[in-house]
Design a protein around this ligand. Structure first.
Ligand code: WQD
Length: 336
């Protein structure tokens, strides 16, 4: 199948492009480089040997969406392109709603005009809010506590309403837990702009000497070692989950939401220790008060993905940290 990846040069998108090529599909990447770099395209060619079809555009530009779909026979779309920083969403809600929600509506309308009605949507476990009823299943109550989370839940609801209005649509919303890791080649990886908000890219930047120390946000949580616990999933496992989802859509119509996680919780301190094992570099830490909006623990019940998609995460914590270290140590300043 030919799959259009919006946000295709981003962290998750670029890894998913590789997994799709390796599964025998063709890809078209669409991106505006607002949170990625053109260099990713060269790296993808180096890894896959394929010069990927690329279309520079903003997902809110309906003429561009018509153009990319008119010139190609697209079988399905995986929609990654959206702003994704919790803190930024609180400061810039309209930017998040215009691009995260508005972009999704414009994409779906363009798809409808071109009779492309298979979509995999990049959602997030953030829709569960601070639920402590773990592991989280897909029918756990949703509770969004910031504009970013609201954009994710709204887009899921838009897809549900669209399918209810016209059953020719097929959609799966994938709720990511905490994506980390990098392609084992070390050629592509997470390259956050500015100061990393997320734990693992921050640790990686400490390890290569770009940051003096990691600040642990709270070590007084009701968890085994007092630090926050999350379900970290290797980005290649996540990518393969997207391949399974888009292939599932081709055979089984409908609308569904599916968790992509490992089902295992890992604490901040455990992640630091794993990174030290992988890099051989001691990570200086300072403990600070809890970060507003953070909960103590979150991990997935990943059984639905196994049942519905025949997919489970396989890569270990040590593989995650070894792959991040290879990427970061070979690219201390990311793609710059
Ligand atoms: C993980 C743990 C922090 C940084 C967020 C979004 C979620 C998704 C993934 C987009 C927590 C601790 C972190 C640091 C720390 N993003 N931490 N020092 O908050 O679980 O999820 O990113 O889809 O939607 O909410 O991930 O990596 O920010 O934090 O101690 O410098 O690491 O307190 O316990 P989070 P994270």
């Amino acid at each position: 199948m030919r799959i259009l990846l919006t946000g295709g040069t981003g962290y998750i998108g670029s890894h998913t492009a590789i997994a799709l090529i390796e599964a025998g599909h063709q890809v078209t990447l669409l991106d505006n480089f607002s949170n990625s770099k053109p260099a990713v395209l060269d790296r993808l060619r180096e890894i896959t040997g394929v010069t990927m079809d690329f279309f520079e555009a903003d997902v809110t530009d309906e003429d561009a969406l018509d153009a990319v779909m008119a010139d190609r026979s697209i079988d399905a779309v995986i929609h990654f392109a959206a702003p994704k920083a919790v803190g930024e969403s609180i400061a810039r809600p309209l930017h998040y709603f215009e691009n995260g929600v508005g972009g999704t509506v414009k994409l779906l309308r363009a798809m409808d005009r071109h009779a492309v009605r298979n979509v995999v949507y990049s959602s997030s476990a953030t829709v569960y809010g601070l639920s402590e009823d773990l592991p989280l299943t897909e029918d756990a109550p949703t509770s969004v506590i910031n504009p970013y989370g609201r954009t994710k839940l709204m887009c899921e609801q838009i897809l549900g309403d669209l399918f209810a209005s016209d059953s020719s649509w097929n959609a799966i919303a994938l709720r990511y837990f905490n994506p980390v890791g990098a392609h084992p080649s070390g050629l592509i990886g997470e390259d956050p702009q500015g100061v990393p908000a997320n734990l693992v890219p921050f640790i990686a930047q400490v390890a290569v000497g770009r940051r003096p120390a990691l600040t642990i946000f709270g070590d007084d949580y009701p968890t085994p070692d007092g630090t926050g616990v999350r379900d970290y999933i290797h980005v290649l496992d996540l990518a393969e989950g997207h391949v399974a989802a888009v292939e599932h859509l081709a055979n089984k119509p409908g609308y569904d939401t599916i968790n992509l996680g490992t089902g295992q919780g890992v604490s901040v301190r455990e992640m630091v220790e794993a990174f030290e094992r992988a890099s051989g570099v001691a990570i200086p830490i300072e403990v600070a008060p809890r970060r507003p909006g953070d909960g103590p623990a979150s991990w997935a019940d990943a059984t639905k993905a196994a049942r519905v998609l025949g997919w489970t995460a396989t890569r270990t914590l040590d593989q995650m940290t070894a792959d991040v270290w290879r990427w970061q140590s070979h690219n201390p300043n990311g793609y710059d």
